[in-house]
Design a protein around this ligand. Structure first.
Ligand SMILES: C[S@@+](CC[C@H](N)C(=O)[O-])C[C@H]1O[C@@H](n2cnc3c(N)ncnc32)[C@H](O)[C@@H]1O
Length: 341
């Protein structure tokens, strides 16, 4: 008769994801600056980002600023990057990158997001000019399971000034970086990224200014001979570039208790708005159409605002009498491809 054995979970079941790593790092006594200092730094960062102006001095250049950023922004930029990467991965199913270079990677939000989207990654390089941000990123990554791709990431001091090359990698990402570069530096960076990568993904805040930078990035990547993968279903002029609207998407972010305290926020979540573009050296696939707004629901009718492959934006009406198509339309969300794959 065999004796009953106690079931033990594999070690990685106990290893945290990014939100767990943030919780653990911020819970360690004396490991991060006191709450008052974090609050002041978060308020300063927030004012800098809201101004929409090119920052006069480097941000995240002190340990307090890096910690404030990680506490109140990193979950949001991670959610935005993860949503952009997921949308890209859904249309580029055959893309299995082995290496990522994350430009202006800071505390590592886009590196965690890429590792979560593409488990094929074995080499991740996070490049940034801010030493304190990289140091905190390294500490967070040390909380991941040793087989998680982020655990082996390298954290490298690197300051973009327009004359560098970007190190070659299957995937080159730049998340929430462009606003901190002058326009000539943005242009050089995008050309160098296009030369270095199979796939380039640029993510920016989902504001009119952020979308403006994405449109310039899109034009630059197309000008370098790359093909658009997402979100656009075409390479024609953006139909949302004219007029008061701008192309953006939203990602739901759970706010940690510390995040809520820093922001004096009551809600347990927020929606991070973002814009992005993904472009590939060789075509990897593209959606036939994509929802660029929230769908509208009326009794027995769904209206889907779809950007389509002919470069036009159309409201697609799907009614109950369309049967299976109606069922799919009801499940389709802002940012999803349409027709549903
Ligand atoms: C808003 S943070 C974004 C960090 C991270 N990518 C994310 O999504 O959370 C911008 C980052 O760009 C870095 N950065 C700004 N200008 C840079 C430059 N010229 N060279 C390298 N890094 C730069 C900053 O140090 C900062 O870490």
């Amino acid at each position: 008769v065999r004796s009953a054995r106690r079931v033990t979970l594999p070690t990685h079941e106990h290893q945290p994801d990014l939100s767990g790593a943030l919780r653990e790092v911020f819970a360690a006594p004396g490991a991060v600056p006191p709450l008052g200092a974090l609050r002041d730094a978060a308020a300063r960062l927030s004012a800098t980002y809201r101004s929409g102006r090119y920052p006069e001095r480097p941000v995240l250049s002190t340990a307090t600023e890096a910690a404030a950023y990680a506490a109140y922004r990193m979950a949001a930029t991670h959610a935005a990057a993860a949503a952009a990467f997921t949308q890209t991965g859904r249309v580029a199913g055959g893309f299995q990158p082995r290496g990522q270079v994350d430009l202006g990677g800071g505390t590592g939000a886009a590196a965690w997001a890429a590792a979560g989207t593409w488990p094929s990654l074995t080499t991740i390089r996070v490049l940034d000019r801010a030493g304190p941000a990289l140091a905190l990123g390294r500490r967070l990554a040390a909380r991941a399971h040793r087989r998680h791709p982020i655990a082996a990431a390298s954290w490298e001091r690197w300051r973009w000034h327009g004359r560098h090359e970007v190190p070659a990698a299957d995937l080159v990402t730049a998340s929430y970086l462009l606003a901190e570069l002058t326009e000539p530096d943005q242009d050089h960076l995008l050309r160098a990224a296009a030369d270095a990568a199979q796939l380039v993904i640029v993510v920016e805040p989902g504001t009119p200014a952020g979308h403006g930078r994405i449109l310039r990035a899109r034009a630059s990547l197309l000008g370098s001979g790359m093909s658009i993968v997402a979100p656009c279903p075409h390479e024609l002029p953006c139909p949302i570039a004219e007029g008061p609207d701008w192309c953006h998407f939203a990602a739901r972010v759970d706010r940690s208790p510390l995040h809520r305290r820093l922001k004096d926020a009551a809600l347990g979540y927020e929606d991070e708005k973002f814009s992005f573009v993904a472009a590939a050296r060789h075509p990897l696939g593209r959606a036939a159409g994509r929802l660029v707004r929230r769908p509208r629901y009326r009794k027995g009718l769904v209206t889907l605002p779809v950007c389509e492959s002919d470069g036009e934006l159309r409201p697609r009406l799907v009614s109950r009498k369309h049967g299976e198509s109606y069922r799919r339309a009801r499940q389709t969300r802002w940012g999803d491809p349409w027709p549903a794959p």
